[in-house]
Design a protein around this ligand. Structure first.
Ligand code: ADP
Ligand code: MG
Length: 244
């Protein structure tokens, strides 16, 4: 069988505590295909962010391994982009310069014009235009800031994009609009995405496949369901996918 583009094998994460250690999860294995949009859902505290941090290379696994295109993932790298719930934009830079910062680092050989045009293209894809690109994060609404964070992550064209509850802090209306934009940008770029959410509707709307993480002291990925709709997606149903 062909290996998956992203391969998570027997992954475990334990944190030391004052009287022993906390096993957040163990023996977790799954794979992601190139271009696939996978959501992981589960209750608060079950270990979703911990998995994402390991995939991002921000944290080391206690056991097991993460392979991307056959190579072990170690440490953070530009080939993986991340969006967190709290935007994490540079407050002193304009929206455009927040994107340019990453693009220039990713392609050091590019001319200034090329970097700028590439960055603007991604900002436009998420609806930032008419001068909004020049504003600083403090002059943008929460929704706009999260759009900038998404544009910045997509613009570096990472092999894997990791999203940790990116819409958790947004009101329902804004969330809906940005979800639509995310669908559009994914259809255009075929970006491989691993996204955490605790919103089942959101997972059904966005994902090709949903992983369910069970709650408890030793959370595991229990099941995988495939979302049975074609792109461009509409609200659809999920079917059990025992074959995965
Ligand atoms: P989720 O994102 O699903 O809400 P987390 O991955 O943030 O859950 O946390 C899972 C468990 O691991 C929680 O019990 C949390 O307290 C614990 N945990 C997370 N990070 C650390 C850490 N750095 N040190 C100790 N325990 C941690
Ligand atoms: Mg979390």
């Amino acid at each position: 069988m062909q290996p998956h583009f992203l391969e998570i094998k027997s992954l475990a994460k334990r944190f030391p505590t004052k009287d022993g250690e906390l096993t957040v999860f163990e023996d977790v294995s799954f794979g992601l295909e190139r271009g696939e949009f996978v959501c992981i859902i589960g209750h608060s505290g079950c270990g979703k962010s911990t998995i994402l941090n390991v995939l991002a290379g921000l944290d080391a696994p206690s056991d097991g391994e993460v392979l991307m295109a056959g190579k072990e993932v170690r440490g953070p790298a530009l080939e993986r982009g991340i969006v967190f719930q709290n935007y994490s934009l540079f407050p002193w830079l304009s929206a455009l310069n927040n994107v340019i910062f990453g693009v220039a680092a990713r392609w050091p050989g590019w001319s200034k014009t090329r970097v700028r045009e590439h960055s603007l293209r991604y900002l436009h894809m998420v609806g930032l235009k008419d001068g909004a690109e020049q504003r600083k994060p403090s002059q943008l609404s929460g929704g706009m800031r999260q759009r900038v964070a998404i544009a910045r992550a997509f613009a570096i064209e990472p092999k894997l994009l990791l999203l940790d509850e990116p819409f958790g802090a947004l009101d329902a209306l804004t969330r809906g609009t940005i979800q639509d934009e995310l669908l559009k940008i994914c259809a255009e770029t075929h970006q491989t995405v691993f996204m955490i959410t605790h919103d089942v509707d959101e997972a059904i709307l966005l994902a090709d496949r949903i992983l369910l993480m069970t709650n408890g002291p030793q959370a595991r990925i229990a099941e995988s369901v495939r979302v049975s709709i074609d792109r461009p997606r509409e609200r659809g149903s999920i079917v059990h996918d025992p074959g995965y």
